[in-house]
Ligand binder design. Structure first.
Ligand code: FAD
Ligand code: SF4
Length: 326
């Protein structure tokens, strides 16, 4: 591992001061340290933000503010989250392992990098690691890769669970940096690769996530379905986050987001429009899947994700509409 210095910020200001000198923030370290060991990330300076005072969950008007350093374990265990935003707790608990969730943080989870094997293998071509080198995954082993939002440059997924739930819940990411305070709706936080696969999100140099804000709870049925190779300790092949309400036998409102399907956590309002106001039926769910997947493109190994996503969507909608009626 390359030599680096490590400082400990004791406030948001001292963290931002350190970032201004070129330091990189380290939170739980569960992704960054792996990347440093593999020499994929080679920062000269790290600043730990563990003691920067960003580890509180606070009721915020009608919503909830979750500090960037709140661990995934603490967030999922919070009574307010469990009662009013159960989708978030379910998605977090579907991810990683208890040990990892004890270290992993809200801010770090949003910024975790892809699990594409070629990204982690420095002998392989990878535009995300080495821009202009190519993408070994396109013609390689691409079973876990994206079918939506891909480009010639990169077909990797954003692999996390928490952000998928946050996307369906209309979360907003609060940041501080050289340009001052920003409030970034989660739906525009992650970047599709386009012709620049290097950057996964819209954070600028020296910008720190300070918290994530959830708007008022909706009171709908909230489900997270994660399809994966093992029942635990595995990233999603496809995941579905759903917040749905029924009225008089019809879907009155629904918010849907998908994980490990696109290059970013995926939300398509057209799918929600197809469902809203309609009576649930297998035909309706199939129509929604058609809208979701109309531009989906597989690369061989991941072709199966397209029908899998349709089935995962139908199963999640079936379960939610059934329990909303009950
Ligand atoms: C074996 C394994 C299995 C896993 N399984 C899953 C899974 O099933 N589902 C899932 O969702 N995740 C999974 N993860 C990923 C894990 O959840 C992430 O590694 C973790 O959430 C990252 O958080 P962290 O606090 O450790 O981030 P760090 O590793 O400390 O940082 C990650 C990145 O975020 C940046 N960063 C951190 N905090 C901030 C901030 N406040 N502002 C700006 N930038 C910041 C860092 O500079 C770094 O670039 C798994 C990880 C491992 C190792
Ligand atoms: S899919 Fe993206 S991360 Fe994977 S090899 Fe291609 S460019 Fe790299």
């Amino acid at each position: 591992m390359k030599t680096f210095t490590l400082d400990h910020a004791t406030s948001t200001k001292s963290a931002l001061d350190a970032l201004e000198t070129g330091a990189r923030p380290i939170a739980g370290g569960t992704n960054l340290v792996d990347l440093m060991k593999l020499q994929i990330a080679t920062p000269d300076k790290l600043v730990s933000i563990r003691r920067a005072g960003l580890d509180r969950i606070a009721a915020d008007g009608t919503g909830l503010s979750i500090g960037a350093m709140v661990t995934n374990a603490d967030c999922a265990a919070d009574e307010r989250v469990r009662q009013k935003w159960p989708l978030l707790a379910k998605a977090i608990l579907a991810g990683a392992s208890p040990q990892l969730r004890n270290r992993a943080t809200t801010g770090g989870n949003l910024c975790q990098r892809t699990r594409c094997g070629y990204f982690y293998d420095t002998t392989q071509d990878c535009n995300k690691r080495d821009p202009g080198s190519g993408c070994a995954a396109r013609k390689g082993f691409n079973r876990i890769h994206a079918v939506l939002g891909t480009s010639d440059a990169c077909i990797a997924t954003y692999p996390g669970d928490m952000a998928v739930a946050l996307l369906a819940l209309d979360a907003v990411v609060l940041t501080q940096g050289p340009l001052g305070l920003r409030q970034i709706p989660l739906c525009v936080f992650h970047r599709m690769p386009g012709d620049d696969a290097l950057r996964d999100n819209v954070l600028g140099p020296g910008e720190l996530i300070t918290s994530v804000r959830l708007p008022a709870p909706t009171g709908g049925v909230q489900l997270y379905r994660k399809v994966r190779d093992r029942a635990s300790y595995a990233f999603a092949l496809v995941s579905v986050a759903l917040d749905l309400a029924m009225e008089q036998g019809r879907i009155a409102r629904c918010a849907l987001a998908f994980g490990s399907l696109g290059t970013v956590p995926w939300r398509d309002r057209a799918v929600e429009e197809v469902l809203t106001g309609e009576k649930p039926s297998p035909q309706l769910f199939a129509k929604a899947a058609e809208v979701l997947l109309k531009d989906a493109r597989g690369f061989g190994g991941n072709d199966f994700k397209i029908p899998l996503a349709a089935r995962a969507l139908a199963a999640t909608l079936g379960e939610a509409t059934h329990s909303a009626k009950a």
